[in-house]
Design a protein around this ligand. Structure first.
Ligand code: ASP
Ligand code: MG
Length: 424
């Protein structure tokens, strides 16, 4: 017997038939004798609709958000999950399974006060554990918890992944299964590279890079949480026949296991290629080369909530002037230029230049730590295709390369095959 948390995303609960199908997946694990908690998202499209309704209401004067009262935003958008967890409990009961729904506040899942993007602080798993022990399935609304003000708080878009991992940690589950509309994590986006392979295992750190670099399988925060609490997390498909052979395999269900690197015996040097579109590059020319300049640039950008990614500074030739280049999401360029303009005197630069429509491709693998020449392989392969590199950053397990947008697909394909990731 094991204790399993099963999470189903929006497409998996998109209508009543799919909810019934989810119930069959749950029944399979219950029939195998496992203790089960289920976490659900809202039906697909529902949260967007709810957010749209809130944004369509008049601005609230004096609220802590410029557009609307974030606490009421949460009251509205959390309702999608309330519906699906009730419906799934009913579908389970119809199959003679003892089940009940749980709202975040009923458990409770305690969060901080950041309405709309709250962090989970604490989950009291005692009640759920007790009832699971008595054979009851807990069907939990994802995406929501209870803030210190005793009001509903939501965890940010895609947050029900994080709910699931947090609950798995709280009830000390053996496994957290994230059911979604893809059947696992691939070496790269299969829509771009048909030869992409499904990975059997990915280390937490690699998945963190893949998730934050645009492989949109899991919310980044959920992977962070899984890494901290060492929650073994499977990404798998809800669209496979719930009763197909192997689906109930306890150790190796079909999908990708995200786990501690110690569990990965045959480590490849490179695990995957990720890409992030719509990057923009901003360069400040002829900056004074003195202490405090970086702080003068990036402090105000951070205060304006602009997410700066790659940062490259030149070594100055004469020790007096230098250049600084960094990237931001394309949508933030205008705002960033404005902030830099407002701080021009304090920073002390000559001109600011920018270019949008760039793409960042990244080569990821924990095997890089112990292998030399991984970056050189990428540069050579890209050069052979005539792809120009605009900027490079590296970490222990990642090489990121900034290129012109139109070359994105060619670059991803080239890198995928140069590290031998193509299937067959
Ligand atoms: N329903 C929420 C959203 O669409 C949370 C989730 O699905 O993970 O963002
Ligand atoms: Mg999701």
């Amino acid at each position: 017997m094991a204790r399993i948390v099963m999470k189903f995303g929006g497409t998996s609960v998109a209508d009543l038939d799919r909810i019934k199908n989810v119930a069959r997946h749950v029944k399979r694990e219950v029939d195998a004798g496992h203790e089960v908690a289920v976490v659900v998202s809202a039906m697909s499209g529902k949260t967007n609709e709810l957010v749209g309704w809130v944004q369509g209401t008049p601005k609230v004067v004096g609220a802590n958000s410029p557009f609307y009262d974030a606490r009421e935003y949460d009251a509205v958008v959390a309702s999608g999950e309330q519906v699906t967890c009730g419906l799934l409990a009913i579908a389970l009961q119809a199959m003679d399974i003892n089940a009940r729904s749980w709202q975040g506040w009923q458990i409770p899942i305690r969060t901080d006060n950041a309405h709309g993007a709250a962090r989970i602080l604490e989950i009291d798993g005692a009640d759920i554990i007790k009832r699971m022990g008595e054979g009851q399935v807990a069907v939990v609304a994802g995406f929501q918890g209870l803030g210190p003000d005793n009001r509903i708080a939501t965890l940010g878009r895609g947050g029900s992944d994080t709910s699931a991992v947090a609950i798995a940690a709280a009830v000390k589950a053996d496994r957290c299964d994230i059911y979604t509309d893809v059947d696992g994590v691939y070496t790269t986006d299969p829509r771009i590279v048909p030869q992409a392979r499904r990975l059997k295992k990915v280390a937490f750190e690699e998945m963190l890079e893949m998730a934050s670099l645009g492989a949109k399988v899991l919310q980044v925060r959920s992977v962070e949480l899984a890494m901290v609490h060492k929650v073994r997390t499977f990404v798998r498909s809800s669209f496979e026949d719930p009763d197909a052979p192997g689906m109930g395999d306890l150790l190796n269900p079909p999908g990708t296991l995200i786990c501690d690197e110690d569990e990965i015996v045959e480590q490849e040097v490179v695990t995957g290629i990720a890409y992030a579109k719509d990057e923009a590059q901003i360069s400040l020319r002829r900056l004074a080369d003195r202490p405090g300049v970086s702080a003068a640039i990036f402090g105000p950008l951070a205060e304006s909530h602009i997410n700066v990614d790659m940062i490259v500074q030149n070594i100055s030739e004469d020790g007096s002037k230098t250049d600084m280049t960094f990237t931001v999401p394309s949508g933030d360029v205008e705002k960033a230029i404005k902030v830099l303009g407002e701080n021009k005197e304090k920073i002390g630069y000559d001109v600011v230049q920018n270019e949008s429509g760039l793409v960042k491709v990244s080569v990821i693998g924990i095997g890089m730590r112990s292998h030399a020449g991984v970056a050189a392989t990428a540069f050579k392969a890209l050069a052979e295709k005539g792809i120009n590199i605009k900027a490079i950053t590296t970490s222990e397990i990642k090489i990121s390369i900034l290129i012109d947008g139109p070359y994105a697909e060619l670059a991803v394909r080239t890198l995928h095959s140069c590290y031998g990731l193509d299937k067959n």
